[in-house]
Design a binder for this molecule. Structure first.
Ligand code: NAP
Length: 253
């Protein structure tokens, strides 16, 4: 029977690549996506027809997550996997200048929306012994200049994977860092928020682009897609891992 998979942040970047890769690997799969920009969602709908469904909205709006989940259940009766991909980087600022409201807004997107998504989908994902795959970041365990809000939210996300895996034995959960990927998040670093980082770190990101070392989004998207389609290996359930780790050899491009 075809899998039913929820993916967040599917309008561009890694999330859009995850949708495209899922259909490349398994054309019969049904994907439910969410993002705020409608035009790219319409493009995906035009490309994949009845296999792709979407909700336009902000993932911090619990009613949109409920709508996404209940539409999947009413139309297809089950949810096999959830890929929590949507995330934001800003505010980028030194801790002594921390804008607390901006940190809270980032946490609403990068962490609390995922707690809400788990709460609303768990009754269904547990029935299929399904998977929660979180898009984490190297910044969850490494220092990048003035990324305190972002890095700490991704560290919390890693812990959320540990929590879900230990408390909910009927599902598996994994946080996976995607590497440094050629998306609009990187454009934003090079052209905007990089100005708030140390010169050294800003230059590092610009050099990665100039030397063609940013990853194509297909590379991590293949790992996330195969985890959602084939399931998280028991041996790494609840952990944080990089997309290129040897434990994920069978999931890589
Ligand atoms: P991106 O190109 O900026 O895409 C972000 C996606 O998230 C978009 O589809 C955006 O859609 C969606 N999104 C953001 N805020 C949202 C909200 N409040 N509600 C609904 N959707 C929202 O970034 P990306 O590089 O693909 O990043 C995807 C994930 O990878 C993020 O979690 C990021 O932290 C992580 N990551 C990226 C890199 C990298 O080098 N690119 C490295 C490590 C981790 P709309 O704007 O249309 O809503």
């Amino acid at each position: 029977m075809a899998k039913v998979i929820i993916v967040t942040g599917v309008s561009r970047g890694i999330g859009r690549s995850i949708v495209e890769t899922i259909f490349k690997l398994s054309p019969e799969t049904v994907v439910y996506g969410i993002a705020r920009s409608e035009a790219p969602l319409q493009e995906l709908k035009a490309a994949y027809g009845d296999n792709f469904h979407y909700v336009v909205g902000d993932i911090t709006d619990a009613s949109k997550l409920e709508q996404l989940t209940q539409t999947a259940i009413s139309q297809h009766g089950k949810i096999d996997s959830v890929v929590a991909n949507a995330g934001v980087l800003e505010p980028v600022e030194k801790i002594h200048n921390a804008d607390i409201d901006a940190w809270k807004k980032l946490y609403d997107i990068n962490l609390f929306s995922i707690v809400s998504l788990i709460k609303v989908t768990l009754p269904y994902v547990s029935k299929t012994n399904g998977n929660y795959v979180f898009v984490s970041s190297d910044a969850s365990t490494m220092y990048f200049s003035n990324w305190g809000a972002y890095g700490s939210s991704k560290a919390a996300l890693n812990h959320l994977a540990l929590t879900v895996a230990n408390e909910e034995k009927s599902v598996k959960c994994l946080a996976v860092a995607p590497g440094i990927v050629d998306t609009s998040m990187q454009v934003n670093i090079r052209e905007n928020v990089g100005a708030n980082m140390s010169k050294e770190h800003h230059e590092m990101f610009k050099d990665l682009k100039a030397s063609n070392k940013l990853l194509d989004s297909n590379v991590p998207a293949t790992v996330y897609s195969k985890l959602a389609l084939n399931g998280i290996p028991e041996a790494i359930n609840g952990t944080y891992i990089s997309y290129d780790a040897p434990e994920l050899r069978d999931y890589q491009i």
